[in-house]
Write a protein that binds this ligand. Structure first.
Ligand code: NAG
Ligand code: NAG
Ligand code: NAG
Length: 407
């Protein structure tokens, strides 16, 4: 700023000051009272607000401090991330499940034995009937690593042009005999296939595991997965000319618009029997092979049957959305195959994280999410049921480590 400019700036400032000094504005008396009243109420509201903020802060301190959390093996960050909206009794969180079990008196009697299906297995085979788009490739990589550590053979199905998710009984029996239980040493077997009832087929039960994922996230994931360039490249390499490249317009589709425009690809009709190909039914993999019951989309009966199978026949159904809890539960309930899983996982996390990951994935709009949640109610309920069970299994482990948590 030059000297001249500075001077004129100062002059201007003075002019403004003077204007304030000498300009007397006569206020009517009423207005003065009004202003006073306003000032008082402002002070009062500010006081109220500060008070509210203060108690909110206190509340948050309480939330972040209880020893329960550290005993449950959670970090502060994890808690605030999940429980910060004041959802004290939301049973879809670990903390909410803990509070629920405590307030209903179940905490005192909860044991891992009640929740452990592993001892019911009749062969030394871990059967992972992996659900599509739940990060199962990552689990398969982990199984390979654990196989070396625990001396079991990590196997999978032969990759085919179609996934045989549904099997009639004779096919299923042959499949189990020749591929799943044909191994004498400890082993794991992985395949995209709907739940097989080994009792019905008169075959011995393996140790069942699976992974789930938020049903809406799964749909988004699938939508962009089938459009990913590497998905085509891989299939082209494997199946050659049988793979027909789709149109550019199709490849460029956006999921949010697909839903808004009611594009047939993005309509999820209730109880419909078709569209098996886009794997919209996570429940199918847990419900089983009875198509009349398990195929109708978002049906109550399919959900109930899936819940029953999970409860009675699965050792663990986990989710990468709760990686640490899932790995701890796998370690605790299936130690023969999974002890040390957490260490192994974190030792190679970087490379595991990238298996089959689609880096091109626009985010879902709130509007599209709202539309979808209306049509996926049972799928969502099943998913939440599974998470609740996983948390219960985890809490039971922690209770046995630290009995003081029971009171
Ligand atoms: C079991 O069957 C699979 C698939 O047919 C085969 O690859 C594997 O070698 C068999 N294992 C044994 C131990 O026979
Ligand atoms: C939701 O389900 C209803 C009833 O089947 C159907 O009419 C509607 O098109 C569906 N909406 C979406 C976005 O899938
Ligand atoms: C999960 O476990 C790892 C390794 O023990 C730890 O570094 C990480 O903070 C844990 N994450 C959460 C969310 O608790």
């Amino acid at each position: 700023m030059s000297l001249n400019a500075e001077r004129s700036y100062k002059m201007k400032l003075r002019d403004v000051e003077n204007a304030f000094k000498y300009r007397r504005i006569p206020y009517p008396k009423r207005s003065v009272e009004l202003i006073a009243l306003l000032a008082i109420s402002c002070t009062f509201f500010l006081f109220m607000h500060t008070n509210k903020l203060n108690s909110r802060l206190k509340e948050m301190e309480v939330k972040l401090q209880p020893s329960e959390f550290s005993a449950l093996g959670l970090t502060g960050n994890h808690i605030s991330g999940h429980d910060a909206g004041g959802k004290h009794d939301d049973i879809n969180t670990l903390h909410g499940t803990f509070q629920y079990l405590k307030s209903t008196g179940q905490l005192r009697h909860l044991t891992t034995t009640q929740l452990n299906n592993t001892p019911r297995a009749q062969v030394d085979t871990l059967f992972f009937n992996r659900i599509t788009k739940t990060g199962s490739e990552k689990m398969m990589e982990l199984l390979k690593i654990l196989g070396k550590r625990h001396n079991f053979e990590a196997r999978r199905d032969v990759e085919g042009f179609y996934e045989v998710v549904n099997m009639h009984d004779a096919y299923a029996k042959n499949f189990i005999r020749t591929e799943v239980i044909n191994c004498t040493k400890a082993n794991s077997y992985t395949k995209h296939v709907a739940f097989l009832d080994f009792d019905l087929l008169d075959e011995p039960w393996p140790i069942y595991i699976n992974m789930v994922r938020d049903p809406i996230e799964r749909l988004v994931s699938w939508f962009y997965y089938v459009r990913a360039p590497w998905h085509f490249a891989e299939r082209k390499e494997m199946f050659g000319d049988a793979i027909v490249l789709p149109s550019i317009d199709w490849l460029k589709k956006d999921f949010n618009r697909c839903i808004e425009e009611r594009d047939p690809e993005c309509v999820y009709e209730q109880m419909e029997m078709g569209n098996l190909g886009d794997h919209r039914r996570q429940s199918l993999y847990l419900c089983g092979q009875n198509m009349a019951v398990c195929m109708p989309f978002n049906s109550h009966e399919a959900m109930q049957r899936a819940k029953k199978n999970v409860e009675e026949h699965y050792a663990v159904v986990g989710t990468w959305e709760d990686t640490n809890i899932t790995l701890s539960v796998l370690e605790g309930y299936i130690p023969r195959f999974f002890s040390g899983a957490k260490d192994e996982y974190y030792a190679v996390k970087k490379s595991l994280g990238n298996v089959n990951r689609n880096t091109y994935r626009p985010s879902l709009s709130d509007k599209a999410r709202a539309v979808l949640s209306q049509n996926l109610t049972r799928e969502i309920e099943l998913y939440q049921f599974i998470r609740h069970r996983l948390y219960k299994q985890y809490i039971a482990l922690k209770l046995e480590e630290d009995p003081k948590l029971r009171d």
